[in-house]
Design a protein around this ligand. Structure first.
Ligand code: GCO
Length: 433
């Protein structure tokens, strides 16, 4: 039997993703640096952030090495982010050396023929902003964010091929202000709503600023479109909980893009200036599915195959998300994050190929998917989990900072080179002589 071929469109973009705080190192003006210090005052068993980020992968200084490795595996587009706190270490102070360094980093990608998909905000805030309410204080944050975006667009915009306004506008509100698993570790529906609305406004204002300066540049958002299921399939509470969560953390953002209004529970249908139509492409960050037990999320249940993050192995969820988002917000899609925390490279390869098969299936259904960016180029600081989770195609020895391409990275290089892959033929039952 011939192996099944998974060939991708000739112009399909293959890439990798990362974020400034997780790889650069020594972002001491960031809120996370302060949270990490605060957590160290707690007994080890009660620390909500496993360890400080510190020097991370020292990517700030080793970006040439990292991008040379990206080139060697054929990466066509890379998704770095800019650390707001590096550009504005104080509210009114621009660090021009940091801007110049980011320019050098983006030029290092361009010199290697790697397109730049630049994300302007990936979870972290400057400490001066976080200490004044951060994402729950839109009145303070939005003008400051506009000034930051204008500075970045002015100094780096000519080097950017694709823009991402923010990473996962729904995750900080959910994880930091409802689920209390990320700093500031709150559980407040009001703060959830405030933070979510701030992110929606950050997105729409960044979109406008970029389009004013670079009208033809594609501007998107990297959205963690949660695949959610009721824990007990026919339980009315679980089904209601799933539907409410799905509405609030998935649908409302895109309905806002479609009609300019923010519906309950994020608003009362009022218009948000600049939101309607403020999206050229959708970045989808997909990892897994999860359950709702009433109003409470459940990461997995006994018997589920899970990754080292405890996330359920569920590739078909990506297919379902692609279909749903293409109906909800008919625009080109780029998978802006997909990857697995594992030290088992055969599991990494299986995860990669199984999710690419779902993308291939969605493409065959006519869904406009322009590219795939694997999370992540290198192992990096996995937020509250510290360095214990390894998502990289390139391994990092944190003692020496030595980089080493993993087997999964070699496999990804082959897939990029072949613009697809073939399903290994099952072993013949009767071995041919
Ligand atoms: C996220 C972030 C990344 C994570 C990655 C693995 O989705 O949380 O975008 O910063 O590191 O998703 O968890």
């Amino acid at each position: 039997m011939n192996p099944k071929q998974y060939a991708f469109p000739p112009d399909f973009l293959w890439g990798t993703a990362a974020s400034a705080y997780q790889v650069e190192g020594h972002n001491r003006h960031s809120d996370w640096a302060r949270w990490e210090m605060e957590e160290r005052k707690r007994p080890p068993a009660r620390r909500r952030i496993r360890e400080p980020c510190g020097r991370a992968c020292d990517h700030w200084n080793r970006f040439e090495e990292d991008y040379e490795l990206a080139r060697s595996i054929g990466v066509q587009v890379h998704r770095p982010s800019v650390e707001w706190s590096r550009i504005y270490p104080r509210e009114k102070l621009v660090d021009r050396e940091a801007l110049a360094h980011y320019r050098t980093m983006l030029q290092a990608l361009q010199r290697r023929g790697i397109k730049v998909m630049l994300c302007l905000n990936h979870f972290t805030l400057p400490l001066w902003a976080a200490s004044r309410g951060g994402y729950t204080n839109a009145k303070m944050l939005l003008p400051a964010f506009e000034a930051y975006v204008e500075t970045v667009v002015q100094y780096l915009g000519d080097l950017v091929d694709y823009w991402l306004t923010v990473n996962e506008p729904n995750v900080i509100p959910t994880a930091a202000y409802l689920g209390a698993v990320m700093p500031p570790f709150k559980s407040s529906p009001l703060s959830f709503v405030k933070a979510f609305r701030t992110f929606m406004a950050m997105h729409s204002r960044a979109y406008r600023i970029i389009k004013e300066r670079f009208p033809r540049s594609p501007v998107g958002v990297a959205y963690s479109y949660f695949h959610l299921q009721p824990l007990r399939q026919h339980n009315p509470l679980d089904r209601a909980g799933r539907n409410l969560a799905h509405l609030a953390i998935n649908r409302r953002f895109f309905q806002g893009i479609a009609g300019g209004r923010i519906g309950p529970p994020l608003g009362l249908g009022e218009r948000m200036p600049g939101l309607e139509g403020a999206l050229d492409f959708i970045g989808i960050n997909y990892y897994s599915t999860s359950y709702m037990k009433g109003l409470f999320p459940v990461e997995s249940k006994p018997g589920d195959l899970v990754t080292e993050m405890g996330w359920i192995y569920y590739p078909r969820g990506l297919y379902e998300v692609l279909h749903e988002i293409s109906r909800l917000s008919p625009r080109p899609i780029i998978i802006t994050e997909n990857g697995i925390a594992t030290t088992d490279e055969s599991f990494r390869i299986r995860y990669l190929e199984d999710h690419l098969k779902e993308i291939h299936r969605a493409l065959a259904d006519g869904i406009e998917i322009r590219g795939y960016m694997h999370w992540s180029l290198t192992d990096n600081f996995e937020w509250q989990h510290g360095y214990s989770k390894r998502f990289g195609l390139i391994g990092i020895d944190y003692a020496t900072l030595e980089r080493k391409l993993k087997t999964g990275g070699q496999r990804y290089a082959r897939i990029i080179g072949d613009n697809g892959f073939a399903e290994p033929a099952p072993p013949d039952k009767e071995q041919r002589p």
